[in-house]
Design a binder for this molecule. Structure first.
Ligand code: ATP
Length: 209
């Protein structure tokens, strides 16, 4: 099985996440996509909803989609969860599947600041999704791709064999930051998140202060 791993803060999950994941699945012929909301960091910022709420909203966002799942792997881990640990654990649990890590281009460009990024790129194939406001050409600035050239399909291959694929997707100019700002100022977010997520935010009075 070809399985996409889509991690994020999902604070909250929005239509940009869900629609681009659907498109990536189709383009990359993935069988399933596993959404992985991050756990609570040791120092939680004011506008970060609790991990349990972000997990619940992600479940609501994918309910009814038979090829999307949500994992609580980063919620249940006691210590701080790093992507490299999550990927190691999933590779261990899915020895017969082909796993792909799905990242927006902003997240991919930020990867050098992550914990053990060199190890991460040696472990798993990476799919980088375009995102409005960030030129796709900026991917060349990534130090991981510095000495490599993409092939005609926009795929970079590391000497160890793992790949980075840059995938063009329809633009959805939506961010969780914008949604939180709208909620805080009492504006409508129905067009930006799945309906059950809007309802959850309202019922649980998230992002109000
Ligand atoms: P915030 O505004 O709080 O930074 P976000 O909207 O970027 O949040 P995240 O949960 O941080 O959402 O995103 C998870 C992953 O989804 C990241 O890899 C990010 O690049 C990607 N992503 C988020 N929104 C979009 C979008 N509109 N189009 C494409 N990729 C996206």
């Amino acid at each position: 099985m070809r399985m996409g791993i889509f991690g994020g803060t999902f604070n909250p999950v929005h239509n940009g996440h869900v629609r681009t994941a659907e498109e990536i699945r189709r383009i990359m012929t993935l069988d399933r996509i596993l959404f992985i909301p991050s756990g609570n960091p040791p120092l939680k910022s004011r506008d970060l909803a609790d991990a349990a709420d972000r997990y619940a909203m992600t479940v609501l966002a994918v309910v009814g989609n038979p090829v999307f799942d949500v994992s609580d792997i980063e919620l249940v881990r006691k210590q701080k969860s790093y992507t490299v640990d999550t990927v190691r654990s999933l590779l261990h649990d899915h020895p017969h599947d082909h796993l792909f890590l799905i990242l927006g281009i902003d997240a991919f460009l930020d990867m050098p600041n992550w914990y053990r990024p060199d190890e991460l790129v040696s472990l798993i194939d990476i799919i980088v999704m375009e995102r409005p406001g960030i030129a796709s050409t900026s991917i060349a600035a990534s130090p991981f791709l510095a000495d490599l050239k993409p092939d005609a399909r926009g795929i970079w291959r590391f000497p160890g064999g793992k790949t980075v694929s840059l995938v063009a997707v329809a633009p959805h100019d939506i961010s969780s930051t914008r949604i939180r700002q709208l909620v805080r100022s009492g504006r409508n977010i129905d067009h930006l998140v799945p309906a059950p997520v809007a309802e959850y935010i309202s019922t649980h009075r998230l992002y109000r202060s």
